[in-house]
Design a binder for this molecule. Sequence first.
Ligand code: B16
Ligand code: MG
Length: 215
Amino acid sequence: MIRAFLFDLDGVLTDTSEYHYLGWKRLADELGVPFGRAENEALRGVSRRESLLLLLAGRPASEEQLQEWMERKNEYYVEYISQMTPADLLGGVTELLADLRASGYRVAIVSSSKNTPLVLDRLQIGGLIDVVVDGNAPARSKPAPDLFLLAAERLGVLPAECLVVEDAAAGIDAGKAAGMRTLGIGPRERVGHADLVLPNLEGTSAKSILKALEG
Ligand code: B16
Ligand code: MG
């Protein structure tokens, strides 16, 4: 029985994944490294450092350079997300979160992003969330199960009672590794290995999602 919904942030509740892409693209252009939307697919849901290493694709760099480039990308990203408002919530999200609250489900945000507090502050949905676990937690990031397991522990539920909602392959892998059910948001090429796949959260409710999951 599902008792808790564990939502990824970037790409599920809001489209910050586009801002991550623009930040990395700007850095890549400055470094003269070829980088486009195809390469960006592999960066979805993975940590900042792992993203940079994927972008560099084996090009040598000192630790100092890695730090400087991660900081530079983050400055660009923070510049973009500082403009966000509650209007940047994706369709159906506010309604679903309100429905989950009214129906007594536990709700967590589980994101690899260290910028989660800033994004949540801009979106103003704190009142509908019970627990936030993000990239600032002392745990391995996705695709490791750690962040999801920590969220379940803090919510006081078992992994088997959790449904992970994710837009990234690495996030679905993490949810499965945690022993949780998974709902993939987006194209099947990306999240087809989830237990259930939906294009977005538009028009969904706790009941409709769980019915489709048992389907
Ligand atoms: P930051 P999620 C992830 O968030 C993003 O999908 C990924 O693109 C990003 O590199 C990662 O957070 C780290 O973000 O640089 O802000 O710490 O999808 O797990 O909510
Ligand atoms: Mg995501």
